[in-house]
Design a protein around this ligand. Structure first.
Ligand SMILES: O=CC(=O)O
Length: 314
């Protein structure tokens, strides 16, 4: 059958503008009644393009009976119903590697910000508190500290390499040790949290990683410990995080991701020891352009060869 692309949501202009040169494409959110659109025309589409945030649920996948490939903009695919994808034999691609540097840069930026109190000090100066009460209190040293990594995949390894430049000692927790890496594997996340000064979350969001950073882990990280999450909000028990911060059981947190985006719990917003960002790990012009290019390459490869450049192993 002839190929047709459905865009699940508006895509960045450089990507959306090039798609029509590959094949006919429609934007689901242009339809005034999306359910009616899918009922009437769902059978026309063989390729779905979505984003890591938008994902594709079972209802959408079911509404596309001739779907053969999903090309997603972003490395994480936790918002895509993988059971439905597998059951239907649909191919899936994401955009790995091209975003490693920028996500790692942001992780280190968040870490330094929350530990040294950069954003909090900025607010202090803007409020006019410097001439009134003096500078902010001394913060905590970053260089030479112990860094615990939860997850040591593509992004995690780039973060760890940056941390070497800060003379940090590095250990990591993953399900299985990666013997090719120079860093010590820690089989217990609690033990890792106890050992480290800073815990950076860099593992995928999935049912297996849901709430891995529990109240117990946060307690082990302790009042002088800091949490940074650039991965997925679902990995951290957000209520437990709020409680640990409010009770002073945790030193601070730098967060680019949240459990229920774009909602950020009010106690996190009002806490001076928390830095919050709107899920912008990969959001530089250069990296977003590279991600768009990779989606295009995947779509093109699928349309011409029925294979993908960066397939997700399902
Ligand atoms: O969160 C962003 C991504 O998964 O690429």
């Amino acid at each position: 059958m002839s190929q047709k692309i459905l865009q699940a949501c508006p895509l960045p202009p450089p990507l959306a503008a090039k798609l029509p040169s590959l094949c006919q494409t429609e934007l689901l959110s242009d339809a005034p009644d999306q359910a009616a659109f899918l009922r009437e025309r769902g059978g026309e589409f063989t390729v779905l393009i979505t984003t890591g945030t938008q994902g594709a649920d079972k209802a959408l996948i079911d509404a596309l009976p001739n779907l053969q490939a999903i090309c997603s903009l972003g490395v994480g695919y936790d918002a895509i119903d993988l059971d439905a994808v597998r059951a239907r034999g649909v191919m899936l691609s994401n955009t790995p590697d091209v975003l490693n540097d920028c996500v790692a840069d942001l992780a280190i930026g968040l870490l330094i910000d929350v530990v040294r109190g950069i954003s909090a000090s900025d607010r202090h100066v803007r409020r006019g508190d410097w001439p009134r009460v003096g500078p902010t209190m001394p913060s905590t040293r970053v260089s030479g500290k112990r860094l615990g990594m939860l997850g040591m995949g593509r992004v995690g390894q780039v973060i760890a390499r940056r941390a070497i430049g800060f003379n940090m000692e590095i250990r990591y927790h993953t399900r299985t040790a990666k013997s090719e890496l120079p860093w010590q594997h820690e089989p217990s996340l609690i033990d890792l949290a106890q050992w480290c000064d800073f815990l950076i979350v860099a593992c995928p969001g999935s049912p297996e990683t849901f709430h891995l950073v529990s109240a117990e882990v946060l307690k082990a990280l302790g009042p002088n410990g800091y949490l940074v999450n650039i991965a997925r909000g679902s990995v951290v028990d957000e209520q437990a995080l709020v409680a640990a911060l409010e009770s002073g059981q945790l030193g601070g947190a730098g967060l680019d991701v949240f459990e229920n985006e774009p909602e950020v719990p009010a106690p996190l917003l009002s806490n001076e020891r928390v830095v919050v960002l709107p899920h912008v790990g990969s959001a530089t012009r250069e990296t977003r352009a590279a991600m768009c290019e990779l989606v295009l390459k995947n779509v093109e490869r699928f349309l011409t060869k029925r294979s993908l450049v960066t397939p997700v192993e399902l």
